[in-house]
Design a protein around this ligand. Structure first.
Ligand code: AHG
Ligand code: MN
Ligand code: MN
Ligand code: MN
Length: 335
């Protein structure tokens, strides 16, 4: 078997010896991979089992929950509770932090997840995904106080996502690069198909929901106007645009061929600070993108440096190819 075909377990065990990964972290990452495999299966059978469509419930962010949002959340909760070192689960779909241990210890794991990302795409059969992040309880904790989970993204020890697209992929970082796996039908294994994923520094592709142009601030409008001006404009390049409305799919495209993704603060989400969630979307994707050589910013601050104030907090997100993110930061400085 070549290195390209390592199973996820073989890969984790080799990382364990090369980078001293804790064995409980290996177990937890395997539980997360299992969750993603089961969610992928549920999604592919959704129309047969009457699992498409919405529930009557609304989550804490005011979004109507899809049936599969709830199912995916339950799958994560069930499988990520296996590992005795997990102190708490923090989910986009659940109001409160779910403490699993009565007496959590410093070093125990905190698992943050967006069980189903891009769920507006479910009913129209486009790519969706799951996003996860793992940190450790610091020594100075007030056990089971929900504020103990408010750790900066720079504290993450692992993060990644799964895309349920034409194939199911799993992309993971444990802090030493980014590796991509494809779910193999038949064996049921995730196999290492995209080792050492990197994001090119330059790009001619951007992703933004352009229907919100009227709501953007001046720096984002300036950037967009220059991109669509083509070779005659100040950028001197003909940019291409994509928008899938599924952050996992956008980030996966950027890891595959470069690009920049923006969900900036705009007049429609100014009170919340942005649309995307810091703990379940921005932080994990920022770690993955930085580990692949890209950059992730709010426009003014590095995402991984943000000190969270609440676990459902939202932030502006600009991430991907380094040159574009740095240019957008310059435009934000110019005002
Ligand atoms: P979720 O389905 O987890 O609520 O996340 C949806 C997010 C993100 O994946 C995507 O980039 C964005 O919302 C799409 O927003 P618009 O519908 O405004 O395009
Ligand atoms: Mn949602
Ligand atoms: Mn999401
Ligand atoms: Mn979601």
């Amino acid at each position: 078997m070549t290195a390209q075909q390592l199973t996820f377990r073989e890969f984790l065990l080799s990382e364990r010896s090369r980078h001293q990964l804790d064995k409980d972290l290996v177990f937890l990452l395997e539980d997360i991979a299992t969750s993603c495999r089961i969610i992928s299966h549920q999604i592919r059978g959704g129309a047969f089992a009457g699992k498409l469509g919405a529930t009557d419930a609304t989550n804490v962010q005011g979004e109507t929950q899809k049936k599969l949002d709830v199912i995916a959340n339950e799958i994560f909760v069930r499988h990520c509770s296996n590992c005795g070192r997990v102190a708490a689960l923090v989910s986009e779909e659940v109001d409160d932090v779910y403490w699993l241990k009565d007496n959590p210890q410093a070093g125990d794991y905190l698992v943050y997840f967006d069980p189903l990302d891009g769920s507006s795409n479910l009913d129209v059969n486009l790519s969706v995904g799951s996003i996860f992040s793992i940190s450790q309880l610091p020594a100075s904790i007030d056990a089971t106080d929900d504020r103990s989970v408010l750790l900066a993204g720079s504290e993450q020890i692992s993060a990644g996502y799964s895309v349920y697209g034409p194939s199911t992929s799993l992309v993971v970082t444990t802090g030493s690069g980014v590796n991509g796996f494809t779910h193999q039908q038949g064996t049921g294994e995730f196999r290492l198909t995209f080792p050492d994923m990197t994001i090119p520094e330059s790009t001619q592709e951007f992703a933004i929901n352009a229907s919100r142009y009227r709501l953007w601030a001046a720096p984002v409008r300036r950037y967009f106007d220059e991109c669509i001006a083509g070779t005659e404009g100040p950028r001197g390049k003909a940019f291409n645009m994509r928008w899938t409305a599924s952050m996992v799919a956008e980030v996966h495209r950027i890891l595959t061929r470069g690009g920049v993704f923006l969900y900036p603060r705009d007049a429609g989400n100014a009170d919340a600070g942005g649309k995307l969630r810091l703990m379940y979307e921005a932080n994990p994707m920022a770690l993955v993108v930085e580990q692949a050589g890209g950059a992730a910013s709010t426009g003014t601050d590095r995402i991984l440096d943000l000190q969270p104030t609440s676990h459902h907090q939202r932030v502006p997100v600009i991430l991907g190819s380094r040159e574009e993110v740095e240019l957008l930061e310059r435009y934000h400085k110019d005002g």
